[in-house]
Design a protein around this ligand. Sequence first.
Ligand code: SAH
Ligand code: SF4
Length: 380
Amino acid sequence: MTIPRKLPEGPVNLVGLTRPALLEALIAAGTPEKQAKMRLNQVWQWLYHWGVRDFARMTNLSKDYRALLADNFIIELPEIVSKQVSSDGTRKYLVRIAGGHEVEVVYIPETDRGTLCISSQVGCTLTCSFCHTGTQKLVRNLTPGEIVGQIMLARDDLGEWPVPGAPKDETRLLSNVVLMGMGEPLYNFDNVRDAMKIAMDPEGISLSRRRITLSTSGVVPEIAKCAEEIGCLLAVSFHATTDEVRDKLVPINKRWNIETLLNTLRDYPRLSNSERITFEYVMLKEVNDTDADARRLVKLISGIPAKINLIPFNEWPGAPYQRSEPDRIRAFADVVYKAGYASPIRTPRGEDIMAACGQLKSATERARKSRKEIAQEAGL
Ligand code: SAH
Ligand code: SF4
């Protein structure tokens, strides 16, 4: 039996509550226990299947029940502050979350699908030396509502909620989600998991777990949890083939080195029931891009079902690296390909609006604040 908890002061935002949390909230607001399950399903569908934001439009609920909802709850998404559209169709949204903080969200259209790159933190605790976000200190973790809210606001902008009575449209503009925006998702594990559970729920946004890719710099203790509790695809920011170089590029390597990371990754496909892991490898001129690196890479990952995504380095103001020459990237890709791995070279998208990988950073840099200050500002 659910033990009703007292609701916190002020209206509660329904967006971001998991099914059990939403059930509890509905009961705490006065929904009779016997009806609670049914009400949960109805409200869930309005929120996540139809994308409705106004209780008055939840027409299968009685007037009284709609009033009860409106008295106790709100339906709130992060706010789009600005939207830029690249010459290649990529859209970058600057999104404001509670407390006035900002994150960036990028939509990348392709011919047969569309990928939304979402953020999990404002800034990042890690300091990868080639990453723009890494120059911004962690301001705070996003809440589940702010994470799933990014998917919902992109669906708003793309006009992708179903229309009642219209024939079901199976083509999806937003078909894939990648957690590759700002922040390290495995350092905000619980909130990312709750948000992805909501996004994967078949009665709502209904993204398959195979269409969600979480990218991590290598937070080893959380990787198995990601397989077990989310089950999405995994990408790893690998970027180097010796600990010496990886320590410099991805400093978390000093904590969990290449060998430790690879040992953990070997279990991922079995634990998550997924086919293969994506190894991301940013191509930095004269740093990690030789044929010897390519050969070491395939040797290191041998035995792991993998795809290697080569990312030409995207420059940002003050960046200490340069992009490898196209010929060098192709030669590297060739070695990897001949060893039996898919080795696509990622075409930079949205470069003209600074929306490409590793270029995201909120325009306003903020001083590090105490956890308490941040929580207070954000009303959390
Ligand atoms: N924190 C997570 C997810 C965000 S970064 C992680 O590190 O995996 C998403 C991807 O962009 C990572 O593979 C990251 O290494 C890569 N990236 C960061 N800065 C980049 C840059 N300047 N050029 C190209 N790729 C970059
Ligand atoms: Fe953080 Fe990922 Fe950038 Fe590293 S690459 S600083 S983990 S966002």
